[in-house]
Design a protein around this ligand. Structure first.
Ligand code: NAG
Ligand code: NAG
Ligand code: NAG
Ligand code: NAG
Length: 337
């Protein structure tokens, strides 16, 4: 989410929070006023939150890789495997799809621009993975409910859309756990998949995320839709050329797209998805990693029946998750996603 979007979110905050704090709410937490009966109080959407004390005290903080906070890796000097700097990957990172298949994903929702995308996907009978911002989840809970009911995968994109390698261990816990809690209040289950904003992760972020029971999923094909409106070179036409280039060269992939504003939703509906669908078997991010529909949520993970075919029967061992590194198809990574 860009600065302009943060400002919009800021303006929206006035509507999200009641004037008076909820009785019993911990310091800085309030019950959102969105159209949903929240049981819990939540932090302010656009700020890095503090964790609940119980999340920190129950967290096994032994042997977390000591990657320095806020210091990116560099080519030739990247001991903590910082993907955004060097595209370094670990076997546990989900980032592409088996040959012939394409993982569809959308980040930064839910937003007022999202519903036409839900309508389109339903009409096309397509399922996607939505990496949600917790601060948006508490503003638009009815959209989260709808995505889940429509059969999309609900996943986590942090609470405040911060760069996780710049946050302390406790802040990373807070970013993930608050978002998980808000989503669970709405759909009854806790997501397993996490996408760090900008793909910004190193071994410390990976370790904390995995210790909390999540799996990291990034991408290997960037539409650059997030630059629409700020980079004049990025238009629906340029994105069409980008996707046509993939179709001529790539055998599979996972895309980075956003249901953040109307422009990014419209280019998905009119250009990106129809083009991809003409060549690849469209699927979700979890399916790309052979995870079953049950594996997408903590409460049901590992309980998938084999009914879904070989994908459901394949367990998530490091071996099954291992993928060839350093593929030239990896998208260009920018720090401004
Ligand atoms: C680990 O957690 C314990 C208990 O919350 C805390 O006292 C300690 O300072 C933590 N250590 C580190 C390195 O964060
Ligand atoms: C976290 O890092 C430690 C030390 O490198 C390692 O032993 C442990 O397996 C890691 N845990 C996870 C869940 O990645
Ligand atoms: C965005 O699209 C919605 C329909 O989904 C429309 O109601 C709204 O006016 C549009 N906003 C802008 C800024 O064009
Ligand atoms: C998924 O399963 C297929 C076939 O069962 C296998 O070829 C592929 O390597 C697996 N991929 C991953 C990421 O586990």
């Amino acid at each position: 989410m860009r600065k302009s979007a943060f400002l919009i979110a800021l303006l929206a905050l006035e509507q999200v929070y009641a004037q008076t704090p909820t009785t019993g709410a911990a310091a800085g937490l309030q019950t959102p006023t969105s159209n949903f009966e929240w049981k819990e109080a939540y932090p302010v959407p656009i700020q890095v939150p503090a964790p609940k004390a119980e999340w920190v005290s129950s967290f096994d903080n032994s042997s977390i890789p000591k990657a320095p906070v806020g210091v990116p890796g560099a080519p030739g000097n990247d001991p903590y495997c910082h993907w955004t700097s060097t595209q370094c990957k670990r076997p546990s990172d989900i980032y592409t799809c088996p040959t012939g298949r394409w993982g569809l994903s959308f980040d930064d929702g839910p937003t007022p621009a999202s519903p036409p995308l839900y309508d389109f996907l339903k009409q096309q009978n397509l399922k996607a993975t939505f990496f949600l911002i917790g601060g948006n989840v508490i503003q638009y809970p009815e959209m989260v409910k709808r995505m889940h009911e429509d059969g999309h995968e609900i996943a986590i994109h942090t609470w405040s859309h911060t760069q996780l390698t710049t946050q302390t261990n406790d802040q990373i816990i807070a970013e993930l756990k608050w978002t998980e809690q808000a989503i669970k209040e709405i759909i009854g289950v806790s997501p397993v998949l996490v996408r760090p904003p900008q793909g910004d992760m190193d071994d410390r972020v990976r370790n904390i995320t995995e210790k909390l029971g999540f799996k990291i999923a990034i991408w290997d094909h960037d539409t650059f839709d997030w630059e629409m409106g700020t980079n004049p070179a990025v238009t629906a036409q340029s994105i069409e050329q980008t996707v046509k280039g993939w179709i001529s060269k790539s055998t599979s992939g996972i895309t980075l797209e956003h249901d953040r504003v109307n422009d990014t939703v419209n280019v998905a509906i009119n250009t990106v998805v129809p083009l991809l669908k003409s060549k690849y078997e469209m699927t979700t991010v979890a399916a790309c990693a052979n995870m079953s529909a049950e594996d997408v949520y903590k409460e049901t993970a590992g309980k998938g029946s084999a009914a879904g075919g070989d994908s459901a029967a394949t367990s998530l061992t490091p071996a099954t998750l291992f993928m060839a590194f350093g593929t030239a198809a990896a998208g260009i990574i920018s720090m401004a996603i």
